[in-house]
Design a protein around this ligand. Structure first.
Ligand SMILES: [Zn+2]
Length: 178
């Protein structure tokens, strides 16, 4: 049974975002039951909206926004419902020094009614709660633990890598090389 819910919680209502996106709930899934879908088509490179959030300790639903394990945000918009896929169609681009420029960008063409997904290791060095992925993509990694357990090339192949992930790989190589 599928329940389609068009009204996100009130704190998440944003005029533009609630017109273009909706939260889809799948009652057959216990844990990751909500997903975000779009009402319209997007081209690769389109900006879907801003990433806004509140600094927060790392949790299963925060997004890493810098090199430290303390650099995380709780996303304060409907985009909090964007789930992981090993073959993602959007990137959370928080590469700018200015949080006002952080945005979600289409990595490929996206159809109306399609679920939006991003590749968690593109932002997360180490997940607070590793999980067994069920994305069913031929590129599926299975157990997802974070970037540190995926090669940098594997992340690049999915279209986007956060600058701190590149930095953390470099730090690790330097430690190993020392
Ligand atoms: Zn997967």
């Amino acid at each position: 049974m599928h329940i389609v819910e068009n009204q996100p919680p009130s704190r998440m209502i944003d005029a533009g975002l609630s017109r273009d996106f909706y939260v889809h709930r799948d009652a057959s899934w216990q844990e990751f039951s909500a997903s975000l879908r779009t009402n319209k088509r997007w081209k690769a490179g389109d900006v879907l909206g801003p990433v806004r959030g509140t600094k927060s300790p790392r949790k299963y639903d925060t997004v890493q926004c810098g090199p430290s394990s303390e650099d995380n945000i709780t996303v304060d918009s409907i985009f909090v419902y964007v789930n992981h896929s090993c073959d993602p169609n959007v990137a959370f681009d928080m590469s700018s020094k200015h949080p006002s420029e952080w945005h979600i960008r289409a990595l490929k063409a996206i159809d109306a009614e399609e679920e939006l997904t991003f590749f968690y290791p593109s932002t997360e060095w180490e997940l607070d709660q590793p999980f067994e992925c069920r994305c069913a993509s031929p590129m599926c990694l299975g157990l997802v633990r974070g970037a540190r357990d995926v090669g940098l090339e594997q992340i690049k192949a999915r279209g986007y890598v956060s600058p701190w992930i590149i930095e953390l790989f470099r730090d690790r190589e330097e430690r190993v090389g020392a």
